[in-house]
Design a protein. Structure first.
Length: 119
């Protein structure tokens, strides 16, 4: 099990607006907040953390958020793009994925590649 994942961002306020919009349709919320970090999760433990502690390195990884159903994938992708994210693959079935899962891709305002998918 993963305890948490963290990404460095260049503008915490801008990233907070983006991740608030992206993660809300998935049921995630802010769990912790400090001057230089915000932690998101489903319950009482932050699993995904955005931080301004170090310089942002765009494109340095890939994070996939699980959605409960196809409408949540669509809603998260639409909200993320509307909140300043960049489309990197509209919602749809991914036949190249060995499981043929339904997913969407986008980049956050710092260029980190994100995926939202149904298991």
């Amino acid at each position: 099990m993963i305890h948490h994942v963290s990404v460095e961002v260049s503008d915490l306020e801008r990233s907070a607006r983006f991740y608030d919009a992206l993660l809300a349709p998935l049921g995630w919320r802010r769990i912790t907040q400090a001057a230089d970090t915000i932690g998101y999760g489903l319950l009482d433990h932050p699993v995904f953390v955005v931080s301004e502690r170090r310089p942002a390195f765009p494109g340095s990884g890939h994070v996939c958020f699980e959605a409960a159903a196809i409408p949540a994938v669509k809603a998260a992708w639409e909200a993320g793009v509307a909140a300043g994210g960049r489309d990197d693959g509209e919602p749809g079935v991914r036949p190249h994925d060995r499981l043929g899962r339904y997913a969407a891709y986008l980049s956050d305002p710092d260029g980190h590649r994100l995926q939202v998918a149904v298991r």
